[in-house]
Design a protein around this ligand. Sequence first.
Ligand code: AMP
Length: 283
Amino acid sequence: MKVIREPAELRGYLRETRAAGHRIALVPTMGCLHEGHLSLLREGRKRGDVLVLSIFVNPLQFGPQEDFSRYPRAEARDLEQAELVGTDIAYLPAPETMYGSGFQTKVDVQQVSQGLCGARRPGHFVGVATVVLKLFHQVEPHVAVFGQKDYQQLQVIRRMVQDLDLDIEVVGMPIVREPDGLAMSSRNSYLSSDERSRAVALSRGLFAARDLYARGERRAAHLVATARAVIDEAGLRIDYLELCETDTLESVSRAHGSCALLAAVYAGTTRLIDNLVLTPPAP
Ligand code: AMP
């Protein structure tokens, strides 16, 4: 595995790869890799001849009061794990490299960024879309793999790719969970043992709503109330809990066809997100 930190070196290396007719797969991450990230890398490995992992804790997507400076970093361990799953290139640009002096261009994917995390984290998705577009230009992948864990992010990126005519296949992969159901996240390392045991109520609440949906309930208020009861009971503070249309993420009052139930909660000061796509049974 090659470790590259400079865009010019990356470009030079990938130019030869592309000229040789090889397919390039990109998995963008902020590092501190866990099984969720590794599942994306394994998928990327299958879909590309050359697998590029990017690790970049992107300052542009963190608010001033958020956890940018304490976000977990584990470079040596990440590189070992990346190599084990067959990564060809680990790309780790420095913030100064990504955002040189005078940097002033940002990408704003509008409606789909507005609700949910976008409403609670102003500027977050502008930061995400900007860095992902930069990574797309630096790597020029044929395919890019993202997790459905960050469901709204995935829809923002799909919209950007469509709107800006990028010739990149975007693949969304299922959420990888801990055995008890908690969605894996680098931020789970912030949880105390008490918070960790209560955090499982987030996924349990969503699963309870899914069970109700499977029994035929389609009213958003009832699905949300069921999830809310489980989450409240565990003493987690709900930031949002909404039933939305799967692509546009517009809030719906009733599930017509597939829809997504999305939630963000606080366990202590740690903010956790999770979601489930509810799909009607095949006729
Ligand atoms: P992050 O490092 O948190 O920015 O995540 C990098 C990529 O990994 C994003 O596409 C995430 O959606 C994805 N990811 C994070 N956690 C999980 C998970 N538990 N299951 C699947 N994908 C995940």
